[in-house]
Design a protein around this ligand. Sequence first.
Ligand SMILES: Cc1cc2nc3c(=O)[nH]c(=O)nc-3n(C[C@H](O)[C@H](O)[C@H](O)COP(=O)(O)OP(=O)(O)OC[C@H]3O[C@@H](n4cnc5c(N)ncnc54)[C@H](O)[C@@H]3O)c2cc1C
Length: 278
Amino acid sequence: MPGSVAKRRLFSPSTLRDALKMLDGEDRLTPMAGCTDLYVALNFGTLTETYFLNLWDLDDLRRIAMRGTVLSIGALCTYTQIIDSRIVRSRLPMLVAAAGEIGGPQIQNRGTIGGNIANASPAGDTLPIFAAGDATLLLKSVEGERRVPFNEFYTGYRRTVLSKNELIVAVEVPAITGRQWFRKVGTRAAQAISKVVMAGIDPGRGHAPRIAVGSVAPTVVRLPSTEAALASGTSLADAQQILLDEISPVDDVRSSAEYRRRVAANLLADFWRKRARR
Ligand SMILES: Cc1cc2nc3c(=O)[nH]c(=O)nc-3n(C[C@H](O)[C@H](O)[C@H](O)COP(=O)(O)OP(=O)(O)OC[C@H]3O[C@@H](n4cnc5c(N)ncnc54)[C@H](O)[C@@H]3O)c2cc1C
């Protein structure tokens, strides 16, 4: 049965400083950005939280900028902002490709990068991009800030190292050399959660590719053994076998484990064959 907003309270700070103070003083507060994930839980009647911290007015978290060679994307950036950003289009085209396939225009206008990361679903479409891109998350609390490598952020299924009094402020992506590639396989082209989602970076001959995949394990995963195998000249067929040892998909409402295994292997082939054609 759908939940009700009647007995829920919303706190709306106008600065990041105030937001962090509120979060520190009230354990029950749950951050709320575009609300596209939280609303699904409300609609399903599974949203147990009652106190919400509305981040929507914190424009400081909407910046996209270069800090030296590092691309910094504010946590509140929406997918539409990503699609429209010239900097992101030139530095991180695979994120623009993913943003264009997330939900539909309504979700792209409202859903945020920070929400996708914090929601910690292994099916989140931006996660393989940040994992392959060796991104870093900038987290803030009243105590100060810290940077956490994206590949150390998730500790298990829907679990992260984020403390109750911290917010994700930005995701920072170092300069990427080489071809970027993104593929999502869902039930249809729009409004579909991924059955398998993969991102790859191919820096070119002599360098190992960087590959990450979502929806095939409790968290998004990098594929270090597959990457090393491809770099050492192992055949694609053998690399696909290695990939299958690195993932642990399950049967669920969206797909079967076997389908996910086959699709993951096919996606690896697509990524690698396109390299051969260059
Ligand atoms: C119809 C529909 C289609 C969708 N399609 C896709 C899809 O194709 N691909 C996909 O990956 N996702 C999809 N989603 C899921 C969702 O839209 C995305 O995960 C979106 O990025 C969530 O962002 P949000 O700002 O709406 O998060 P919210 O719902 O506001 O928050 C989600 C979680 O993140 C936390 N949070 C948010 N911001 C922060 C922050 N800055 N710091 C700390 N915690 C924070 C919240 O407390 C909450 O736990 C879809 C959802 C719907 C309803």
